[in-house]
Ligand binder design. Structure first.
Ligand SMILES: [Zn+2]
Ligand SMILES: [Zn+2]
Length: 275
């Protein structure tokens, strides 16, 4: 029987680990200094580009050179204050990139590997993780709410102060130091701008079909809203995007637009999606 570690204890132990001296590198990133800016955002400009110090990865952490990052509605929900988070915070959680540095204890990745970030790090030990529901990881949720990595650390700094991480990623940046448990290794052939979508839009859309709706192959469904999530499960991008039994079933509109085309309704293309 698997013993679940109490999330708060896990978090406290991680926080209490001895701080080691770390090297820092200068990076540029998009930071939210204050929530609640009034739209339109092209006028109020809630995000600003600033210079930060980024720590080398600690134990179980990895530094990633960001290749692409998408704008998700969860980023906008922090900007407008609907989902309050501590500030200043570097946003961005739907991203892909290249492994730049490995922290101690990371032995299943190597420098140069391509990875996608996931927005809930899973500890692998708490009850939801032990039950096979890593998206509900309790220490992961605590860390995300606090604006830290899974270890409890903040690896971003500005003017001597800590800067918060968004969903353990903070990917609107040149580089990000994240928990190994916030990363999934991917095939190097997948372009970064497509791979990044697997970090949120695709897994949310696919998860809604497979895990929530439990739609069976061949069944007809209606997709309400063809934004990033709504189109996230549509394997219209040739053979690369195949999701088990769904391909070529009636579940999928055969004439659905490719992800780089604009919708007929004039929506933003998926690459610039807001939802
Ligand atoms: Zn998202
Ligand atoms: Zn967990």
């Amino acid at each position: 029987m698997t013993r679940a570690i109490k999330p708060r204890l896990y978090f406290a132990v991680a926080q209490a680990l001895p701080k080691r001296d770390v090297d820092k590198m200068k990076i540029k990133a998009a930071v939210l200094n204050q929530m609640g800016a009034e739209p339109p955002y092209d006028k109020s400009k809630p995000l600003s580009i600033d210079e930060f110090e980024l720590d080398d990865p600690g134990h179980g952490e990895v530094m990633v050179k960001i290749g692409a990052a998408g704008l998700c509605h969860s980023d906008l929900s922090v900007i407008d204050g609907n989902r309050p988070r501590p500030t200043p915070m570097v946003l961005g959680h739907e991203a892909a990139g290249t492994v730049e540095k490995l922290g101690p204890g990371v032995d299943d990745l190597k420098v140069g590997d391509h990875v996608v970030m996931v927005f809930v790090p899973s500890c692998g030990h708490c009850l939801p993780c032990a039950e096979g529901r890593p998206a509900l990881c309790e220490p992961g949720a605590i860390a995300n709410n606090a604006g830290t990595l899974l270890s409890g650390a903040r690896r971003l700094h500005r003017n001597g102060g800590d800067v918060h991480h968004h969903l353990g990623c903070s990917a609107f940046a040149e580089y990000a130091t994240v928990s190994r448990r916030s990363l999934v290794k991917i095939d190097q052939e997948l372009p970064f701008d497509e791979a990044a979508l697997f970090g949120c839009a695709v897994l949310t859309g696919v998860g809604a079909v497979i895990n929530t709706a439990k739609a069976s192959a061949g069944s007809s469904v209606a997709v309400i809203g063809l934004g990033g999530v709504g189109r996230g499960y549509l394997p219209t991008h040739q053979k690369r995007f195949r999701y088990g039994p769904w391909t070529n079933q009636r579940l999928l509109p055969q004439s659905a637009p490719s992800r780089k085309q604009k919708c007929k309704t004039g929506e933003q293309p998926l690459d610039r999606r807001a939802a």
